[in-house]
Each structure stands twice: as C-alpha cells, then as structure tokens.
Design a protein around this ligand. Structure first.
Ligand code: DC
Length: 213
C-alpha cells in the first residue's frame, strides 16, 4: 500500500502540494480537513452546538460524507463552498478536538485507503496517528505571514488581518489540543515552503521519495 502523508499548519501549502503530488504519482488525494469541516457543517445545519461533545460525536458516526475531486457532499447537500466559510472555520477547531469525532474520521480515512490500495492524504495527524507506517511523511511549514497571505487569497471576502488572526488562533488550538495535536512525526521530511514555488516543493518531495526507495 502506497500512502503519502502530508501534514502541517493551515496555509503551509498542503492542499496544493498534495493534489499535485497525487496527480504526478497517479494516486488519489484525500483532504481530511474537509472531513472535519463537513462534520462541523452538519452540526451547524442541524442546530447542534459544536461544543456538545457527545451529540457531535454521535452525529459524526451517522453523517454521510463524500469528499472528492468533484466537491463535498454532506447528507446529500453540496457543502463544497460552505465548509470554507467563516461559520465553519470558526467552529471547526472544537469539533476537531473531539476524540469521538477523531476516532470516526480516522476509521473512515483508513477505509478510504484500503478501498484504493493507497493515496495521498493531507491533514494534521496523518503521519503521526492515521498512517504511522506511511511510505513518506511530509511536514510542511512556512512563515506565519506567508501562510496568512496564502489563506487570504483563498478567502476573498475577509480582510488580511481577520484571516491572520483566525489562522493564529487555529494553529494554537490545533497544536495545543489533547487528542492528536498537530506535530511532526519524528521521521517526517520537514520542508519550509516559504519562498518556494509549487514545482520546487514537488521536486523536493519526489527527490526524497526516490532517495527512500
Ligand atoms: O486543513 P483545514 O484548515 O481545512 O482543516 C480544518 C480543521 O480541521 C483545522 O482546524 C484542523 C483540523 N484537522 C485536524 O484536526 N486533523 C486533520 N487530519 C485535518 C484537519
């Protein structure tokens, strides 16, 4: 099974890199952040308080999720745009800190890989928890200002200051939570993407893959 794990904080370039790398390697790509966002979306839509750990945990087990190249469908509703919106972004950290939600998402991520025989997965805990035996674990970083700039280009309806503040807040929550905090696997290939183009990042990862083979 060929699994490539790509972890790192928001705005480190994970999504762009994971998608392009999957294409180069002929593998499928899974955005696990979109899964936590989808559970958050489902809770908000049903009027469940994201902080209600038990209720959200139960919801995570039942929710029907499709996260793929054509978008995100949550219980039959197209949520592709809304999962990136400010309401979901504000509430997602508390949902992602919920151990019951994490257990269910990890189970689904492993099933996704088992069905395909491999893949490129991006998230926060892929190399540390979900696939500690991945063929390659990449940990992407970048200067906080660069990450905030990248994010604010994606989120065009919010100003830079708001995006930067939300990013810093989420970094602190993701790194400080008790269950599966964001951290580098000891054997991860750590790459600082500040000032690197996507091509340069992909070349560096491919060189590392070849060196490990
Ligand atoms: O990558 P993103 O910004 O779409 O992720 C959304 C949130 O989900 C983020 O606050 C961290 C969390 N997350 C996580 O805890 N574990 C993952 N494997 C992926 C995302």
């Amino acid at each position: 099974m060929k699994v490539i794990a790509i972890d790192g904080p928001a705005g480190s370039g994970k999504s762009t890199v994971a998608r392009a790398l999957a294409e180069r390697l002929g593998l499928e790509y899974l955005d696990t952040g979109a899964m936590y966002r989808s559970v958050t979306f489902a809770a908000l839509r049903r009027g469940v308080d994201p902080a209600e750990a038990e209720a959200v945990g139960r919801l995570a087990e039942r929710v029907e999720l499709t996260v793929g190249p054509d978008g995100v469908v949550v219980d039959g509703v197209d949520a592709t745009i809304e999962i990136r919106g400010p309401e979901v972004s504000r509430a997602v950290s508390i949902v992602a800190a919920n151990p019951a939600v994490r257990a269910e998402m990890v189970r689904r991520q492993r099933a996704w890989v088992a069905e395909r025989g491999g893949g490129v997965l991006e998230g926060r805990d892929i190399g540390t928890v979900v696939f500690p035996d991945a063929e390659l674990k990449v940990y992407l970083t970048a200067d906080p200002e660069v990450r905030a700039q990248r994010r604010s280009k994606e989120v065009t309806d919010l100003d830079y200051e708001t995006v930067a503040a939300d990013l810093a807040r989420r970094d602190a929550l993701d790194q400080g939570r008790e269950t599966s905090p964001l951290t580098e696997a000891p054997d991860a290939f750590v790459l600082d993407t500040t000032g690197l183009s996507v091509e340069e990042i992909l070349d560096a990862i491919e060189a590392r893959l070849r060196a490990d083979a």
